[in-house]
Design a protein around this ligand. Structure first.
Ligand code: ADP
Length: 245
């Protein structure tokens, strides 16, 4: 996204960020599963003002049929920004960015989905960004992992993500749109913590080797917290055993 206006103060004199957060503080996070009636699995995830909904269908007969693979399911992801999700007008046609993010999110999820259990089927993930305020790709894959679990799809682990940035020379966790726009670097990371696998790592901007290592550690610590929240919401939904009457 292009820069607009004068650069705001990103790190205040008291060391806090423009929205009052400490450098290693996540935005307030909200997660809910099973939010849609007409999908096999769904989740709503909010990181501050960024709000994303993910819906999962499948395993089901693939459409078109020729995309079927003999030894595994095909995982398809569509990332889409609602026309009302951004401050500037967004064309309803799929943009290059949406096509790229669909691929990036699919690749971040693929290592954990046990596609080998469902040959000749497709598992379809639809991500709709309802409100964009930075970190939509990491919020989307966090929601998509929850929606896949909610659909009962066997998974090796969950995947969670967050972006680290460098703003006014300081490394900060979970950058928002302002920090993304005016900061020096943006590094989205996703991981499957129990598998010990990083499934997404991108870097926009420049970091020194030391900053990269510190930033990655900061992201993985944040991911661990997000992962614990994911497990909690799934447990809360599925551990509610109704007493027999
Ligand atoms: P991410 O959303 O994963 O951080 P980007 O770095 O591409 O991905 O985008 C940063 C933020 O810029 C988005 O979260 C959103 O708030 C804003 N943004 C992205 N694309 C657009 C767009 N087409 N119009 C307006 N804002 C956008």
């Amino acid at each position: 996204m292009g820069k607009a206006g004068e650069k705001p103060v990103l790190i205040r004199e008291d060391g806090r960020r423009h929205d009052g957060r400490l450098p290693n503080e996540l935005r307030p996070i909200r997660m809910e599963v099973g939010v849609l009636n007409n999908a096999n699995g769904s989740a709503l995830v909010e990181f501050g003002k960024t709000r994303v909904i993910a819906a999962v269908y499948g395993p089901r007969e693939p459409q078109p049929k020729w995309i079927a693979m003999p030894y595994r399911a095909v995982l398809r992801v569509r990332y889409h920004m609602a026309p009302f999700s951004t401050s500037t007008r967004k064309s309803p046609a799929p943009s290059r960015r949406e096509i790229e993010l669909s691929k990036v999110i699919r690749e971040a999820l693929e290592p954990v989905v046990m596609t080998e259990m469902f040959p000749r089927t497709s598992i379809d993930v639809f991500v709709e960004v309802l409100n964009a305020h930075g970190g939509t790709r990491t919020t989307s894959l966090t929601a998509a992992a929850l929606a896949l679990a909610d659909a009962g799809i066997p998974m090796r682990d969950l995947v969670a993500g967050v972006a680290v940035g460098k703003v006014d020379g300081v490394l900060v966790l979970d950058i928002d749109e302002v920090e993304d726009m005016y900061g020096e670097a943006d590094m989205p990371v996703a991981a499957a913590p129990s598998l010990g696998q990083i499934t997404l790592l991108q870097l926009n901007g420049v970091l020194t080797k030391e900053e990269f290592e510190e930033g990655l550690k900061m992201a993985l610590d944040g991911i661990r917290k997000i992962y614990e929240m994911q497990k909690r919401v799934l447990r809360e939904k599925y551990m509610k055993i109704k007493p027999e009457v």
